[in-house]
Write a protein that binds this ligand. Structure first.
Ligand SMILES: C[S@@+](CC[C@H](N)C(=O)[O-])C[C@H]1O[C@@H](n2cnc3c(N)ncnc32)[C@H](O)[C@@H]1O
Length: 229
């Protein structure tokens, strides 16, 4: 896991979380062994806290992988009476996630859709009061425009990896093969932070997490001609 600030600090913050349940631990181990880029435990805990705080009912995640962050979200949904819809295009990972959901005993709280989020999102006909993006970093701008009409007024949008190893900060040095991704993330953050319909803050823990709240009042929508549903 690449981190924006010293690894030691993330480790320390992890110790403050206390004991995680054995299933989450097992998933962390699996992810580490197979280099599956799941959220850090501190980010998972943060997602759980946010869902609980805003009493989210309809939760959407883009990027299930093996379901680690989904379980953090769904455990909060259990308390709020909510439901999680999660999307991933990787069939094998989705299959593994389903097994973990069953083992966690929360499969009834989760709908796991398989396919490209860019194709699935336009077909969804519900609105969501909590959206978490953690999929292909180069596609974040596309997700944003597709998700925009799906976020309920007053809803939260949380996005992982927005500082991508700290390289999104101007003046950072990194190998040129990441140019496109880093520039895409800079553009994404600029768009998000300048959108008058969102109030956004970027938190420098994990790999950088943005949290945006969609305004209650209807504003000019730069992304879509559709009304919020
Ligand atoms: C960083 S991993 C998600 C990790 C997960 N959120 C967690 O923390 O446990 C990103 C996932 O996004 C999926 N993905 C990438 N592009 C996608 C797309 N266009 N549509 C759906 N899934 C996509 C990948 O298959 C991968 O499993």
């Amino acid at each position: 896991m690449a981190l924006f600030y010293p690894f030691e600090m993330e480790r320390y913050l992890e110790t403050l979380l206390g004991e995680r349940d054995p299933l989450l631990r097992e998933m962390e181990e699996q992810a580490l062994q197979e280099t599956i880029p799941v959220v850090t435990p501190t980010v998972g805990n943060f997602l759980n806290l946010l869902v609980s705080m805003c009493k989210a009912q309809e939760i959407l995640e883009i990027g299930t992988a093996i379901g680690y962050s989904t379980i953090w979200l769904a455990r909060a949904a259990e308390r709020t009476g909510g439901h999680v819809t999660t999307i991933d295009m990787n069939k094998a990972r989705r299959a593994r996630a389903l097994v973990y959901f069953a083992r966690a005993g929360i499969q009834n709280l989760i709908t796991a859709l398989e396919g490209d989020a860019r194709k699935i999102l336009p077909k969804l006909d519900s609105t969501f009061d909590f959206v978490f993006i953690d999929a292909a970093k180069g596609e974040y701008l596309e997700y944003l425009s597709l998700i925009y009409p799906l976020i309920a007024p007053g809803g939260l949008l949380v996005v992982d990896n927005v500082l991508f190893r700290g390289w999104v900060v101007p003046g950072s040095t990194f190998t040129p093969k990441y140019d496109r991704m880093v520039n895409g993330l800079r553009q994404f953050l600029d768009d998000l932070c300048q959108n008058p319909d969102f109030t956004t803050t970027v938190l420098p823990f994990g790999d950088g997490v943005s949290v945006s709240r969609r305004q209650n009042a209807k504003c000019d929508n730069r992304y879509s001609t559709q009304e919020p549903r």
